[in-house]
Design a protein around this ligand. Sequence first.
Ligand SMILES: O=P(O)(O)O[C@@H]1[C@@H](OP(=O)(O)O)[C@H](OP(=O)(O)O)[C@H](O)[C@H](OP(=O)(O)O)[C@H]1OP(=O)(O)O
Ligand SMILES: Nc1ncnc2c1ncn2[C@@H]1O[C@H](COP(=O)(O)OP(=O)(O)OP(=O)(O)O)[C@@H](O)[C@H]1O
Ligand SMILES: [Zn+2]
Length: 448
Amino acid sequence: MDLRGMEMMLEAKDAGEWAYRGEGAANLVLSYTGSFPPFVGKVLRVRKITRNGTEYDNGLSGLSKQECLLWDELISAPSREMAEHLYIKNVLSPLLGSDNVDAGVRVFVGKEFLESVERNVLSKRPSWRVNDAKTNTECVSALLLSDLSHFPGSVLNKEFCITVEIKPKCGFLPVSDFIADENSVKKSISRFKMHQALKFHQGKISEVSEYDPLDLFSKSIKKVNKAVKDLFLTPQNNFRVFLNGSLIYGGLGGGPSSNSHLTGETFEDVLKCVIQLDNGNRTTKFLELVAETVFRSGLLDRLLKAQMLDTIDIEGAIHAYYNAVSQSCKVCSKFQQVEEKLSERYSRIHSDPYSKSVKIVKDYLIAATAKDLSMMISFRPAENRDLESSDDTVVLQSTRQSFQYKASFLDLDRKPLKKMEYYYELDQKIVRTYSQISKTKRHPVLEA
Ligand SMILES: O=P(O)(O)O[C@@H]1[C@@H](OP(=O)(O)O)[C@H](OP(=O)(O)O)[C@H](O)[C@H](OP(=O)(O)O)[C@H]1OP(=O)(O)O
Ligand SMILES: Nc1ncnc2c1ncn2[C@@H]1O[C@H](COP(=O)(O)OP(=O)(O)OP(=O)(O)O)[C@@H](O)[C@H]1O
Ligand SMILES: [Zn+2]
């Protein structure tokens, strides 16, 4: 849809109709509670700004000078929001499938609207998110997106809709020759698992998740079932369930420390309207339904392809980055101080043509978006038995119930080029911490 299609402006008086839905590190998401038809069934995604700095917008398209060299398909955009929209529409949507992606519509927002929203939602936000960032009241527009926690077109319908949100994270092990020998553990342990160890070590999580993305992305239904069960047991910011648009499991606001979900028993009770079962565990059946859908939908195959645009790992891509930004390589110069030989492995990348380096970095950043996005899958009962064989229907064999599902990807933000150095540092920190911890036998992190 044309972004300029909705020439309307949200003002202070409208703020009361937008309720807190959730947030990540960069955006605040509000759901519409009013009755104005174009907004019914929609959410508004508003950018945040960090407490200690500006960070965003350094040009009309929101692209830095160096990013303009990278994203030539985005530079014509007259605003940051338009550039983001084009990124989703022209870069990610072809990779992930346009049926599973909503690029959104821009609506103009007044400063007073944003200030009023900021005040209204304050008490609902996790305090650590409040300390980190606030609504960017300088933004002139926000994105209007379909509310993925409702089944399309059925917001006004009394039928129930249950939605699961999963942030799968990176689903493959790198095989790159550029990975240093002392970091070879990266080739056998998933990044998520190693990052859990670091987060635990830093006190960012109180419990290490058993979830392993490699199970979720595997071709084995048994492993997919295990992954979904593990997500349920330790949801962190990777798993949430909504019933008719309200969160019933998992924490609002993302982040590992905000798990305010229902207890197992209450959740089991809530599922009464979803899973028809006289005896037995409805939660188990529901998790089976989720696993079956993930497994059969092919969603993760597409996602994996996008993630695997990271072909040489950050340990290779960082060198291409310095070529792309025409700077001398800080990593190689560090290696040279230690031992001349260490940087030899990377000289090949440094002699690559400029265009090849640009392509490596660009693909790495697209993969970074794919490693951080979430997917939402909504279910509603399939009334017509004929639907059983159709593509968007799953049958829960154990209860003989059919569900129609709709799956979408969300949080498809472009990652800034300047994050490459941070990605390299974080990667090294994760692998270093994991290796140190694994040397200490019987460490609780590794036994989890
Ligand atoms: O680096 P990672 O893997 O920890 O991912 C970050 C996420 O952390 P988590 O999934 O909890 O481990 C992090 O999520 P949280 O803030 O922890 O909920 C963000 O999604 C961050 O992206 P951005 O800075 O908003 O663009 C993510 O940063 P990117 O790496 O995707 O740029
Ligand atoms: N279209 C949508 N429909 C329903 N809920 C949504 C939608 N978009 C976002 N949400 C909810 O809001 C939360 C935050 O949104 P989102 O992930 O886009 O924020 P973010 O700041 O970009 O996240 P990140 O920390 O990964 O950068 C999501 O986890 C989800 O629960
Ligand atoms: Zn180098």
